[in-house]
Design a protein around this ligand. Structure first.
Ligand code: ZN
Length: 181
């Protein structure tokens, strides 16, 4: 089993900007631990980031302007700072696989198991996991390193990810311990 950590949309606009939410702010410490733990364990860290194109991207008509390519809002939050061994994949839809080179990158890295964390659980995290499932990857979700606008949607989505895509639901401590053993 070769793992990679997929960090979804931990961007300024999702934490402190246009689509900010308190529940997103609350997972920053766990995300920081998870990213640090993965780097120390030699697990590839792949940031998958919204980078929308003004006047073109379909999603903007429904969600409003957010994470526009090249702006501060589209940058990874300072707490997680992209390291020189990390990878960055930009996306223009919810799924990090849709018209991006994520699948190619994962295949070249020999990865078969994805740890998917970040925001929002029921939107970009879920759509990325759906595509991962279609493409044959195993998926692990650290439940304390993802969240969304409400507890109700979060609870429903975590159960859905397990029931429908067979995602293994774990947590940051358990994963970090498993990397050390
Ligand atoms: Zn978006």
């Amino acid at each position: 089993m070769k793992q990679a950590l997929i960090v979804v949309d931990m961007l300024n606009d999702f934490i402190t900007g246009a689509l900010k939410c308190d529940r997103g702010v609350a997972i920053v410490p766990q995300m920081t631990q998870l990213v640090d733990g993965a780097r120390k364990a030699g697990i590839p860290v792949i940031f998958t980031n919204d980078a929308h194109v003004e006047g073109v991207d379909h999603e903007l008509t429904h969600w409003g302007v957010h994470a526009m390519a090249g702006t501060h809002g589209a940058e990874v939050i300072p707490e997680l700072k992209v390291g020189n061994r990390d990878y960055v994949v930009t996306k223009r839809r919810f799924s990090a696989f849709f018209h991006t080179d994520l699948d190619l990158l994962l295949r070249e890295l020999g990865v078969d198991t994805l740890i998917v964390a970040g925001l929002q659980t029921h939107i970009c995290v879920q759509h990325t996991i759906a595509d991962a499932y279609y493409l044959g990857y195993n998926v692990i979700v650290p439940k304390d390193a993802t969240d969304c606008f409400t507890q109700e949607i979060y609870d429903y989505t975590i159960k859905y990810l397990a029931d429908i895509y067979g995602a293994q639901i774990s947590d940051v401590d358990t994963l970090i311990k498993s990397w050390k053993s």
